[in-house]
Write a protein that binds this ligand. Structure first.
Ligand SMILES: [Zn+2]
Length: 106
């Protein structure tokens, strides 16, 4: 999975947190069969929650590319791509990795 956070490659210890791009911390979780790096368990939980929410009621079960633009305060615009599908959405988290706002975007 290609993960790009605010225009920069992310998702590994060397490149940064798969959600926010931060390079501190050391939290790993396996998602979609891949070992992803997160700065902390909150980012990992937010990531998992937003992907589950975005993919529910869709036939998408594989992500080739994930583009995340934004931050905690403003929310994030996210694009999921694979060879067949493209999905765009906006997500904003509240405390405790809870999704506060979510909408599909065109
Ligand atoms: Zn993070």
């Amino acid at each position: 999975m290609n993960i790009i956070v605010n225009g920069v490659r992310a998702g590994s210890k060397a490149t940064g947190c798969a959600l926010c791009g931060a390079t501190w911390g050391d939290h790993h979780e396996e998602m979609f069969g891949e070992d992803l790096f997160f700065c902390c368990d909150i980012c990992a939980a937010e990531f998992r929650n937003m992907i589950e929410k975005a993919l529910q009621n869709t036939p998408i079960n594989k992500i080739d590319e994930l583009r995340i633009n934004g931050n905690y305060r403003d929310g994030r615009h996210v694009v999921i791509n694979n060879e067949k599908n493209s999905l765009s959405f906006y997500v904003k988290f509240g405390p405790g990795a809870v999704i506060e706002e979510f909408r599909m975007e065109k």
